[in-house]
Design a protein around this ligand. Sequence first.
Ligand SMILES: *Cc1c(COP(=O)(O)O)cnc(C)c1O
Length: 370
Amino acid sequence: MPAERSVPFFNYPDVFLDDRDAILDIVTDVGSRGAFILQRDTEEFEKQIAEYIGARHVIGVANATDALYMLCRGAGLGLGDEVIFCTHTMVATASGIHFSGATPVPIETSWDHEMDADSIETAITPRTKAIMPTQLNGRCSNMDAIHDVASRHGLMVLEDSAQALGAKFKGRCAGTFGRGGVISFYPAKTLGSLGDAGCVVTNDDEVAANCRLYRDHGRIDTLEVVCWCLNSRLDNLQAAILSHKFKKYDQAIARRRELARLYEDNLGGLEALVLPPAPEEDGDYFDIYQNYEIEAERRDQLKEHLANRGVGTIIQWGGKPVHMMRKLGFTQCLPFTEGLFDRMLLLPMSTSLSNDDVEYVCTVIKEFYL
Ligand SMILES: *Cc1c(COP(=O)(O)O)cnc(C)c1O
């Protein structure tokens, strides 16, 4: 039986086609100005993001993986230091820590798929310097609980807020809770560029100055080179496109929250599923739904059933938490997270979806369980 409808997990051409004419105009404008590297569009975009999330500094870089490395190094981490992170994250969290010279130490995930603050203390050693929660799926971790442990042990907080531009906990935006964070503008992220892009966000002048050096060969204004560094600049053309898309960002987030509500209304009654926390109006959490990650009984069969009916789904990180990437040298056993990885599934969640698309996805899921 052919599927009645095709709902791809993410519609990549829409990143361009949704706003084709405006984007082509931007290419013409930036190209005609020859404004390719570190021009005013990058600066303007950095200012917009800084203002939006309430951070003193935003440093546009080539991608959020580089941003994580530069943030760690810029915050003074290095050889012999340990950084605690939640294993339900992209490998980039750990590689950012690794390339700064420090050792990434994975811990458990909580019921809401964020860092389990109660597990932090079990991983603290005399070498521990920082805690790096991932603000996963566009939701903040319980930052009160994390700050509490951090301050008791004198640890720094850094955030992998790659998925959480505009996500809030108690009115504060992801990326501003500790010494710094990062945002990714990968095409499928909530603010997606036409390629790779990212930034470091920080309220710390020293971290900001360091990251500005690191992204541009360690050169100061006179072009004197003052340290070993990378080339990891944000493309000015991408910055100009991102600035344009950013004008509609609040609408995009409102729409994602509406879609999350629609999933909740349609699937809330199914005992075979655990849904992510629903959007709150006046609560502690303001979630932006980068992803809609459910837990499902008979997950693999459900995934196949959805695929047969034209619905794309994804299991994050290729189905493995970071500590199970054994070739990277991890040996930990984290049973709660490992169990979660047998049940988790990402349903389609993007501004390309119509209400009918979501209702179709829900109908197909109900058909599987009922
Ligand atoms: C996307 C992502 C990154 C990496 O971002 P890139 O810009 O693709 O390098 C890091 N951490 C998390 C949690 C992500 O989702």
